[in-house]
Design a protein around this ligand. Structure first.
Ligand SMILES: NCCCN[C@H]1CC[C@H](N)CC1
Length: 292
């Protein structure tokens, strides 16, 4: 590779590779599940890489963590019990803890090295673990859900890597079925759902699985994250049968109460206008997603 540059090369985005200039490599390790690397970039702050794929940078992680969290939590009244699958860096926990109605935040992350590395190198992301409502489970999300009583959670957030490696099963039907079972009637799930520019086939399969499993509403939203492949990332927003959920019109404002903004800083990306706008799709994607 070019001296001093990191390029994100993967069969999941053939023929293209986003690159970041590297100032210094801060950590390299191999966990039981994947290769883990952290480097100081020239212009995006510190960067977390898993198996050669960019997971987050200090400069733009706000876009992803805020959207994947507040799109579901601002769509239902008074979320109380939230489950995060994946999300070991702690960023989603930081965002969930802004909601004062939340009483219990369970997180199930398979790779302890991701948690430890985030706490060491990304303190403003891992700050999410400091919230007393957070209960950490290190293990496989699929197995975790099997032990969850039916109808336990108001919301489940699936903050996964890509369907290559440890996250592969988080994109398959049995997992979605176990999420639906763990949600209360009218409960919501938000999952990382790749890029409409790169992965329409993966999205097509996810949408058709979700329509079979989630009998409330099924929507796809998307946003811009400059350091993700093609510069965009999407989310599946689904609700189970029960009280209707209108994902496109947020009803639950993110608490602006200063106890959270003091420790976590104000929201940098999410707001109610960008919430609604994120469900507007280009025609090539609308055609596929709304026809399934
Ligand atoms: N909490 C870290 C974000 C993980 N999600 C990413 C979405 C884009 C993928 N190419 C890599 C993982």
């Amino acid at each position: 590779i070019l001296p001093g540059w990191f390029s994100e090369i993967s069969p999941l985005w053939p023929g293209e590779a986003h690159s970041l200039k590297v100032e210094k490599i801060l950590f390299q390790g191999k966990s039981d599940y994947q290769n883990v690397m952290v480097f100081q970039s020239s212009t995006y702050g510190k960067v977390l890489i898993l198996d050669g794929v960019i997971q987050l940078t200090e400069r733009d992680e706000c876009a992803y963590q805020e959207m994947i969290t507040h799109l579901p939590l601002c769509s239902i009244p008074n979320p109380k019990k939230v489950l995060v699958i994946g999300g070991g860096d702690g960023g989603v926990l930081r965002e969930v803890s802004r909601h004062s109605s939340v009483e219990q935040i369970d997180i199930c992350e398979i790779d302890k090295m991701v948690i430890d590395v985030s706490k060491l190198f990304f303190p403003n992301v891992a700050i999410g673990y400091e919230d007393p409502r957070v209960k950490l489970h290190v293990g496989d999300g699929v197995a975790f859900l099997k032990n969850v009583p039916k109808g336990t959670y108001d919301a489940v957030i699936v903050d996964s890597s890509d369907p290559i490696g440890p996250a592969q099963e988080l994109f398959e039907k049995p997992f979605f079925e176990s999420v639906a079972r763990a949600l209360r009637p009218g409960g919501v799930v938000c999952t990382q759902a790749e890029s409409i520019w790169l992965h329409m086939h993966i999205i097509e399969d996810i949408v058709s699985n979700c329509r079979q499993i989630f009998k409330g509403s099924v929507n796809y939203a998307w946003t811009t994250v400059p350091t993700y492949p093609s510069g965009v990332i999407g989310f599946m927003l689904c609700s189970t049968e029960g009280p209707a959920v209108d994902f496109k019109n947020p009803i639950n404002p993110v608490d602006a109460d200063d106890s959270h903004t003091k420790t976590r800083g104000p929201l940098k990306f999410y707001n109610s206008e960008i919430h609604s706008a994120s469900f507007c799709l280009p025609s090539f994607a609308k055609r596929v997603i709304e026809s399934k």
